[in-house]
Design a binder for this molecule. Structure first.
Ligand code: NAP
Ligand code: SF4
Length: 740
């Protein structure tokens, strides 16, 4: 029998929310997954939400549904209209059958709407939409209040336990509150009190519409993080007004979508904004929900223990592991599948108009489609998985979960593959959580682990199935002056090439030739080679950008210190600075080199003062190069790429695009840009030129096929190295194993 871990006593304790009790303090916060938009997806959405209810979430909030057509996020976006609300009964029934409680979120996009009907407090265009919003007339505002009320009534009629009003993240209710987006001169906008009239009227009308038994939650923006946002006094007056009008719970939101400060990416410190939630909690007498980067149950418990909140919103963590609450209850916290806040398969997908899933859990959002059916004992197969990077690890887990007998082989003595290197990048420290979770999850699933073993084809003949997840090798670069070693493990001086050292050869630098030290990103990140003071990075894909950050980021990483991180991004106390951001501290940093132009429509951070090393050391000079003449980092994630690009600019990384590599000699790296030859004087060159598949074992097995050969499945980077990422690798691995 399982017992709840005493470490999570607060998180797992029930709470009376006034209208009903929730079984624990874990709220699955609202997150649009792309199944909300079409009524035809109602069954899939029901399966996705019911899985989280079965997993034990105390309260679930759906993705946002507009109260009317004007407020839809996209032309065909989700709306709580009369025609489609009937389809929600399957959702509410399935969640209730799993003892869950569920609210429908009402979200009016206002000027964030991506269609020509967009309307807001005032006319204008947001940085996020090409469509100019029209100004709502006075009658239009009143009608919108009524639309919220009717939609809320329909939600309760369809079986929801209540509704949540989306009043943060810069959507319509928030737009009415901020002086920057509401300069109306009528009763809906002249001064702070008038700006509050619309959200308060909506709350009151919705309370009346849903009756006394339904819960009303309001997502309140504690920190707008935009110029001309609200100040703290205004926010507190709003909070008390909402409670007076019947709001039962205040869920906290941080940062408008157009904000130039990151609020949810992995480089944001854990629970960075919980102190503000605590200040709200001291000012109201309803439960408050903390959110933003509280992805680890231990952090959630600490926030509750410190009295900073009554409940914790965990949206992405429940995407990664729908059974997180149940695992805590059963004393299996170490088996929780962690969310690493990468956004790769969830928010980046949603912003691309695709269905969300999870890098760590490809079944998320596909519960009815990607099913890991248990196998009967007589159909059990002996499965070997070769390679313990993310693809191999998740293949082994999925195969064992289905009931197969699984052995996982790994040539090195550590699990994690390329993710081990990613965890060393400043700002990606939380990737290590995935590394820590795999050993316990593998042990619980009964997977046999053989570390330090590189099996031959002969060794694998006794298995029914072999999953090849041997990953990738750094791509060799053919450039006069050096060549990488054939096994990709590190570069070596090319025959006749001058002045180039092999990785790890730096000790003899005084007597050895004086040209740049050429190393791969793996040499650098695995500690086999030390970088010099002047570094050129060849290749500016995801890994090149990561390496540039590794070489140039402030030390210690601001991600590990919330106060330092706030200074780094110019986050201020909203009691001192409207919107919670510091005025621009300095002129934009100089951007030497080519290709460092404006980032277009994607929000960019203000440029606070450059972080200068405290000891006055000369900062390392880092050059980042690519052959393409597109913007550096253009291929990075929609929700994360701008943060990386901002960090590079801030650190003064010299960006070169449209280069043709010429040679490396004792002077440095020679490149051509257009007609001009340039010398980049460096003492280290790091090769980040992508990868090639490591499939020697796969080829050996496939060539040696005979009657007793196992079935061979090649997944992840070993299958296709181009544009490899962990999300694709894991998804392919789990899909493959689902069919074994
Ligand atoms: P990548 O994204 O394919 O980038 C490799 C870069 O090397 C290319 O941009 C290419 O740019 C350059 N290159 C390719 N062949 C070359 C050659 N022969 N000589 C010189 N340059 C060459 O690969 P990666 O950086 O290794 O990343 C692997 C995967 O992990 C990618 O899918 C990436 O998105 C993902 N990842 C993402 C992140 C993130 O989102 N932050 C971080 C790490 C990794 P040019 O041809 O223009 O020079
Ligand atoms: Fe978390 Fe990344 Fe999964 Fe999104 S894709 S839920 S951020 S692990």
């Amino acid at each position: 029998m399982h017992t709840a871990s005493p470490g999570y006593a607060r998180l797992l304790s029930p709470l009376d929310l006034g209208r009903f009790e929730v079984r624990n303090r874990i709220v699955m916060g609202s997150m649009h997954v792309g199944l909300e938009d079409s009524p035809a997806d109602a069954e899939k959405l029901a399966a996705y939400l019911a899985e989280r209810a079965r997993g034990g979430a105390g309260l679930i909030v759906t993705g946002g549904y507009s109260p009317n057509r004007t407020g839809r996020l996209t032309p065909r976006g989700a709306e709580a209209d009369e025609r489609t609300m009937e389809r929600h009964r399957v959702i509410t029934r399935e969640v209730h059958e799993a003892d869950g409680r569920i609210l429908l979120q009402l979200l009016h996009a206002g000027r964030y709407a991506f269609h020509p009907l967009a309307a807001s407090a005032q006319a204008g265009r947001s940085p996020l939409s090409p469509f100019r919003a029209r100004r709502l007339t006075r009658r239009g505002v009143q009608r919108t209040v009524e639309d919220f009320a009717s939609a809320a009534a329909r939600a309760v009629e369809a079986g929801y336990d209540g509704v949540e009003l989306m009043g943060s993240e810069g959507y319509l209710l928030n737009q009415f509150l901020a002086p920057a987006t509401n300069r109306r001169r009528d009763r809906w906008g002249r001064g702070a009190e008038a700006r509050r009239t619309f959200p308060l009227a909506v709350a009151q009308a919705v309370r009346e519409a849903i009756g006394p038994d339904a819960l009303l939650s309001y997502r309140i923006s504690l920190l707008d993080l935009v110029p001309g946002g609200q100040d703290w006094v205004e926010t507190m007056v709003l909070a008390r007004g909402l409670v007076e009008r019947g709001v039962d719970v205040l869920s906290t939101g941080i940062g408008w979508h157009e904000s130039r400060v990151p609020t949810i990416v992995t480089s944001v410190p854990r629970a960075a904004f919980a102190p503000l939630t605590e200040r709200l909690r001291m000012n109201v007498d309803v439960p408050v929900i903390a959110s933003n980067r509280i992805h680890d149950p231990a952090v959630a418990e600490q926030v509750l223990a410190a009295g900073q909140a009554d409940l914790i919103s965990m949206a992405r963590p429940l995407l990664a592991d729908p059974h997180l609450p149940r695992k805590l209850t059963e004393g299996r916290a170490s088996q929780v599948v962690p969310c690493i806040a990468c956004n790769q398969a969830c928010l980046d997908r949603v912003f691309d108009g695709k269905r969300a899933s999870c890098l760590m859990n490809p079944r998320a959002g596909r519960e009815t489609e990607l099913v890991l059916t248990p196998v009967l004992q007589r159909r059990q197969r002996k499965v070997a998985v070769v390679g313990a990077g993310p693809a191999g690890l998740e293949a082994a887990l999925a195969a064992a979960e289905r009931g197969h007998v699984v052995t996982l082989f790994e040539a090195t003595d550590e699990l994690g593959g390329q993710l081990r290197m990613a965890a060393r990048i400043p700002g990606k420290e939380d990737y290590a959580q995935a590394l820590r979770s795999w050993p316990t999850r593998l042990a619980a699933a009964g997977v046999g682990i053989r570390l330090g073993v590189r099996p031959s084809a002969q060794d694998l003949l006794g298995f029914h199935d072999v999953v090849i997840a041997t990953g990738v090798l750094p791509r060799e670069v053919d450039l006069p002056g050096f060549a990488t070693t054939p096994d990709g493990s590190g570069p070596a001086a090319a025959a006749g090439g001058p002045d180039v050292h092999a990785a790890g050869d730096r000790a003899g630098a005084d007597t050895a030739p004086t040209g740049p030290h050429v190393i791969t990103y793996a040499d650098l990140l695995e500690g086999r080679a030390e970088p010099g003071e002047r570094v050129a990075i060849i290749g500016a894909g995801g890994i090149g950008v990561d390496v540039a950050q590794y070489l140039s980021a402030p030390q210690p990483s601001p991600t590990l210190d919330a106060q330092a991180w706030k200074r780094h991004w110019g986050v201020a106390d909203p009691a001192d600075h409207r919107g919670g951001i510091l005025p621009r501290l300095s002129a934009p940093c100089p951007r030497p080199g080519s290709g460092s132009g404006s980032d277009g429509a994607v929000p960019q951070p203000d440029q606070p003062a450059l972080d200068v090393p405290a000891d006055g050391r000369r900062a390392r000079v880092v050059h980042l190069l690519q052959r393409k003449d597109t913007k550096i980092g253009a291929g990075l994630g929609r929700t994360t790429g701008w943060v990386h690009r901002a960090e590079l600019r801030r650190a003064g990384v010299v960006q070169h695009t449209g280069v043709a590599y010429q040679r490396i000699d004792e002077q440095g790296l020679h490149v051509r840009v257009g007609d001009q030859e340039q010398l980049i004087e460096v003492d280290t060159v790091v090769i980040c030129a992508g990868q090639v598949s490591e499939r020697s074992l796969a080829d050996e097995l496939l060539q040696a096929r005979s009657g007793r050969s196992p079935r061979v499945h090649v997944v992840g980077g070993a299958d296709v190295a181009a544009e490899l990422d962990a999300e694709r690798a894991i998804r392919q691995a789990v899909e493959t194993v689902a069919g074994i």
